[in-house]
Design a protein around this ligand. Structure first.
Ligand SMILES: C[S@@+](CC[C@H](N)C(=O)[O-])C[C@H]1O[C@@H](n2cnc3c(N)ncnc32)[C@H](O)[C@@H]1O
Ligand SMILES: O=C(c1ccccc1)c1ccc(O)c(O)c1[N+](=O)[O-]
Ligand SMILES: [Mg+2]
Length: 214
């Protein structure tokens, strides 16, 4: 029984990244996934777009759907002010275990709440369990067939307010057709496509930014 890809990514971080330096953790994972083995992190190119939107929105409370190894979690948390909170959902225990260690190595654990479990179970509990009123920004990057049902669930649970922003990864590759049709066709959203590439490749992909209009 050899190691898993997330375990090898964690080993690279603990070997090469400076402890407490979030940017060096991000750069180490990008280097590893570009030159050693591909992994489904949002990556450096789309990551720069994510950074610009986090900086623009300056969220106090943010939700990430899909943690994996914690690459985007660390990237986002490094951009947040001290009192801001990033809640991140991951239902694979092995991935969550790696992410906790990557987040700790980066020194951003004070800004991050990693919740282990399925989005469908936890979104309805956000208010009562975590005192969330609404999310300023949501990064959708979990299984692509969950983007639409979870968006509708957030609407129903009153977790989106006028001006809340949804930022969805992979709207071209692997693609999220039903979600894209919904946010682009609904009068309740103002949507914009940011063209980029699938992480660490030349394949077209992009992020869709959708503002909830209430
Ligand atoms: C593409 S990876 C996340 C990558 C991460 N956002 C990054 O850029 O570093 C997708 C992750 O979402 C998790 N996932 C998929 N569906 C989920 C769900 N319904 N609830 C919680 N986690 C889910 C998977 O286990 C996987 O780790
Ligand atoms: O679905 C895949 C996938 C499909 C097949 C093989 C590997 C990954 C994927 C690819 C790029 C992503 O940025 C991403 O978020 C995902 N994902 O799993 O959520
Ligand atoms: Mg993705």
């Amino acid at each position: 029984t050899g190691s898993t890809r997330p375990e090898r990514i964690l080993a690279a971080v603990q070997r090469k990244a400076t402890k407490g330096d979030a940017r060096s953790v991000v750069n180490t994972i990008d280097q590893y996934c570009r030159y050693q083995e591909w992994a489904m992190n949002v990556g450096d190119e789309k990551g720069a777009i994510l950074d610009s939107i986090v900086c623009e929105v300056k969220p106090s409370v943010m939700l990430e759907l899909g943690t994996y190894c914690g690459y985007s979690t660390v990237r986002i948390a490094s951009m947040l002010p001290p009192n801001a909170r990033l809640l991140t959902l991951e239902f694979n225990p092995a991935y969550a275990a790696v992410a906790r260690q990557v987040i700790a190595w980066a020194g951003v654990e004070d800004k991050v709440v990693l919740i282990e479990g399925p989005s469908g179970d936890w979104i309805p509990k956000m208010k009562e369990e975590f005192g969330v009123t609404s999310f300023d920004l949501v990064f959708l990057d979990h299984w692509k067939d969950r983007y639409l049902p979870d968006t509708k669930l957030m609407e129903e649970c009153g977790l989106l307010r006028t001006g809340s922003i949804l930022l969805a990864d992979n709207v071209i590759c692997p693609g999220t057709p039903e979600y894209l049709e919904y946010v682009r066709g609904s009068p309740r959203y103002e949507s914009k496509y940011f063209r980029s590439h699938l992480e660490y490749t030349r394949v077209e992909d992009g992020l869709e930014k959708s503002v909830f209009l209430g």
